[in-house]
Design a protein around this ligand. Structure first.
Ligand SMILES: Cc1cc2nc3c(=O)[nH]c(=O)nc-3n(C[C@H](O)[C@H](O)[C@H](O)COP(=O)(O)OP(=O)(O)OC[C@H]3O[C@@H](n4cnc5c(N)ncnc54)[C@H](O)[C@@H]3O)c2cc1C
Length: 276
């Protein structure tokens, strides 16, 4: 097993295994001692193409995983790679989801966000937490990680799809409101919400949590180039905080004061792109 020597210089490691999660989502397994916590990311160098931040989906100290959606040039190139090919990584970087003994957590995921939430669930189980795992997707074809989550004991899985093809019909934020209420009816209380997924979804998850008086932590995923606070690409309006250093995991009490969160992000040139 290779082990970590530097965390700001790239190391070159082999893809040990590729797991197909869906038509355009793969999980890449690396035998490497990363030493990350849930919510942290690595900068992944795809030789000759680009270097991109990727959330850690699993890390047991011997191997780690990342789960990638095939959406553009860098991820397209990664999808052409094979087991045994080499990529570069730097990290782990960024803040993480803070888990305390006995927390009652709602983990709310959309898209590849199910992967870092799965890692959070594994670590939370070690701390005797109660876990409500919520996944929201357009339809059943976009629901990721179901079998992996069902393989974890003592995790309550709740699924919503916009078209009703799996689980609750509607938005994951409506499902979250229902779950919070159901838990309260049992005389218990969810004390933290962690969320990772499309930014607009996270904004509404944050708002539901805020309204319910529950601390919420979101992953602020802005365009990142260096991952270590040097290039300034991922500064967030209006405060100028660096999402790679002060995030990506930040408390929603703070994130809700950021004028751009849930409204727009910036491309590689810094141009504003408004969410549809
Ligand atoms: C902290 C952090 C963690 C990240 N973790 C992951 C991860 O675990 N897995 C992962 O697949 N990506 C992750 N990303 C996104 C990733 O870094 C790249 O942006 C993504 O792989 C697209 O790069 P690209 O060159 O293939 O396409 P680009 O040309 O950069 O993007 C193509 C288009 O797809 C959009 N897009 C980017 N990512 C997605 C997505 N996941 N789903 C739908 N549309 C998207 C872009 O806004 C753009 O319009 C993370 C980003 C950050 C900042």
């Amino acid at each position: 097993m290779e082990s970590k020597k530097f965390d700001t210089r790239p190391v070159t490691i082999q893809i040990k295994k590729i797991i197909k999660e869906s038509d355009n989502v793969n999980t890449y397994v690396f035998e490497y001692s990363l030493g990350s916590k849930p919510g942290q990311f690595v900068m992944m160098w795809i030789p000759g193409v680009d270097e991109k931040p990727m959330s850690v989906a699993y890390d047991d100290g011997n191997e780690f995983w990342v789960t990638v959606c095939d959406v553009g040039p860098a991820s397209n190139a990664l999808f052409k790679m094979k087991e045994g090919d080499y990529i570069g990584i730097r990290g782990p970087f960024g803040t993480y989801y803070y888990i305390e003994e006995g927390d009652h957590l709602a983990l709310v995921a959309g898209g590849y966000g199910a992967a870092p939430m799965y890692f959070a669930a594994i670590e939370a189980l070690k701390k005797n937490c109660k876990i409500e795992f919520l996944i929201g997707a357009r339809s059943k074809d976009f629901v990721l990680y179901v079998n992996k989550i069902l393989g974890l004991h003592d995790v309550n899985l709740h699924i919503s799809t916009n078209d009703g093809s799996m689980g609750f019909t509607g938005l994951v934020t409506d499902l979250l409101e229902n779950v919070i209420k159901e838990i309260e009816e049992k005389g218990e209380k969810i004390n933290k919400v962690f969320t990772c997924g499309p930014e607009v979804m996270m904004k509404f998850v944050g708002d539901v949590s805020w309204k319910s008086g529950i601390d919420c932590y979101v992953s602020v995923e802005k365009y990142m180039k260096c991952g270590i606070g040097v290039c300034g690409q991922c500064t967030v309006d209006p405060s100028g905080v660096l999402a790679c250093k002060q995030g990506s995991v930040m408390k929603y009490n703070y994130v809700r004061t950021l004028s751009e969160f849930g409204k727009y992000h910036r491309d590689a040139q810094g141009k504003k792109i408004y969410f549809a």
